[in-house]
Design a protein around this ligand. Structure first.
Ligand code: 48F
Length: 255
């Protein structure tokens, strides 16, 4: 039996055709987000829902960043009251622990945030590492990308470049994109995250979510790294609220 509509090479062509169409349509987008943790996923969804094209790069195989592991691999996620609206908007169920704190399942949260972002039209590229930015006229206007396994294996392979109107650093504790700019331009300072103080950190991470260099916005734990805020540990409301806030700021800036 030889069915040309259903054989190995046709399956291969289907993957290649569809992947390259997605890649080609992402060479120029409105917003690029680096990092698919809670803050990046929330930002991606809310920006895409407002009609902007959003491309998200995640260097790991899985999407979700630090959500999966909950706290110390106990896969439950704690969220404060202020962020419940975002859980509800994603269709995530939660349980009241006390009048301030609520608990949801980390697997459900990670999957739901990812699903909502996909359905909003966000284009995801996993296994892709952002290794540099493009700066023109003192403004970030694109990213330099390569396969993460290239970096893991220290291969000498040149990257590719893509352009956008705004970049969001949602890379968590690393603040990868901000660090690149700090190292190469000296125009941004990374203060470094401080010791744990959950309540203070949760408030501050939302307050300091902002544009830190023309064209570059920061959200989530990267905010704590850049501004020297305390870490908050395994509570995720601040990450969700920071993602929603950066979405507002970026949409306002590029409209
Ligand atoms: O760390 P991560 O989940 O970021 P977040 O949104 O959330 C932090 C919480 O998970 C947790 C916490 C809660 O209170 O403190 O830690 O700030 O996700 C960041 C993602 O960015 C990816 C990394 O693999 C992770 O999945 N990432 C980091 N650098 C790069 C990158 C890079 N250069 N290119 C692509 N992806």
């Amino acid at each position: 039996m030889n069915n040309k509509n259903f054989n190995e090479t046709t399956i291969t062509k289907a993957i290649i055709d569809e992947f390259f169409e997605k890649l080609r349509s992402s060479i120029e987008s409105d917003v690029c987000i680096v990092g698919a943790g809670p803050s990046g996923l929330v930002a991606a969804r809310y920006i895409a829902e407002r009609g902007f094209s959003v491309t998200l790069f995640e260097r790991k195989l899985s999407i979700g960043g630090g959500i999966w592991g909950g706290g110390m691999m106990f896969n439950k996620v704690v969220v404060q009251k202020e962020a419940l609206e975002i859980l509800e908007d994603a269709g995530v169920e939660y349980k009241e622990y006390n009048e301030n704190l609520f608990v949801c399942d980390s697997i459900e949260l990670s999957s739901a945030l990812t699903y909502r972002a996909v359905k909003a039209g966000v284009k995801f590229f996993n296994l892709v590492n952002v290794e540099d930015v493009i700066i023109k006229q003192k403004r970030v206007c694109g990213l330099v990308i390569n396969w993460y396994p290239v970096e893991m294996c220290s291969l000498s392979v040149d990257p590719l470049a893509i352009s956008c109107k705004a970049v969001i650093d949602a890379t968590g504790h690393d603040a990868s994109v901000c660090s690149i700019i700090a190292n190469k331009t000296g125009k941004l300072k990374i203060a470094g995250e401080k010791n744990m103080w959950a309540e203070k950190a949760e408030e501050a991470v939302v307050k300091y979510t902002s544009e830190v260099y023309p064209g570059l916005f920061v959200t989530g734990m990267s905010v704590a790294a850049v501004f020297g805020l305390p870490r908050m540990g395994p509570i995720f409301g601040g990450m969700l609220l920071s993602g929603r806030r950066v979405a507002d700021l970026v949409c306002e800036a590029i409209q």
